[in-house]
Design a protein around this ligand. Structure first.
Ligand SMILES: Cc1cc2nc3c(=O)[nH]c(=O)nc-3n(C[C@H](O)[C@H](O)[C@H](O)COP(=O)(O)O)c2cc1C
Length: 206
């Protein structure tokens, strides 16, 4: 019988609460990964059910879910707005750990998106306007000219958030914690949502 309150990975123990456990491993990664400990792969599917995957940066998480920001007219933006589903994967190589998340997707509030947008460097705020993300670009100069023109247009004044740039929140249905073990005998736990904020943990064969 599995201990319902603790996930054990050899010497390592995590609380069986998925958000508390996620926070501990993210902090460990922040302390040890050389860059982008918050980088995660984001999987989506198109209208044919064909999957796609790319990296994005986690910009916030709490009991509601996992937030990243992007252009809503990008390929991922279109796919998520159509399906309202996504999966995430973190792999921290030097820690030999993986976290997988699958769930439904919400759009963050305008207030939340505005607050995050305002925290970005001016160049990144201009970049969000300049990049017609995922659409064909004739050459590099065209992009650079857009950045320049938008820079002069806004001058030193405030730069509003582009209407097509905002955040998605992946509201997890399940979260899996994986840690490698000797001879491929890894430890895996899947935490599955069973209620508004109730979760059940099961150990899986590696
Ligand atoms: C480490 C890393 C982090 C990234 N973070 C983001 C991000 O937070 N948001 C974003 O829109 N694109 C991010 N990108 C770029 C995406 O991987 C991708 O190229 C872009 O969003 C277009 O994807 P799409 O055409 O599937 O929509 C990141 C790329 C890397 C390698």
């Amino acid at each position: 019988m599995m201990d319902k309150t603790t996930l054990t990975f050899g010497e390592i123990a995590l609380p069986a609460d998925p958000f508390a456990a996620f926070g501990i491993w993210l902090r460990d990664a922040e302390a040890s990964e050389p860059n982008d400990p918050n980088a995660m792969s984001l999987a989506t599917v198109d209208s044919d059910g064909l999957p796609d995957v790319r990296m994005v940066l986690l910009k916030g998480f709490d009991r509601r879910g996992f937030v990243f920001y992007t252009n809503f007219e990008s390929r991922k933006g279109e796919e998520i707005r159509a399906t309202r589903k996504a999966a995430l994967n973190f792999h921290w190589k030097s820690l030999h750990r993986q976290i997988r998340i699958r769930g439904d997707v919400e759009i963050v509030s305008d207030e939340e998106a505005d607050a995050y947008y305002a925290s970005r460097a001016r160049e990144s705020r201009i970049g969000a306007w300049a990049s017609l993300q995922s659409r064909p670009l004739e050459n590099r100069e065209t992009l650079e000219r857009r950045v320049e023109d938008l820079g002069s247009q806004y001058g030193e004044g405030p730069i509003p958030r582009p209407p097509v740039w905002s955040g998605f929140r992946v509201v997890p249905r399940e979260i899996e914690f994986w840690h490698d073990g000797a001879f491929r005998l890894h430890d895996r736990y899947r935490l599955t949502r069973t209620g508004a904020d109730d979760w059940t943990a099961s150990r899986l064969y590696p």
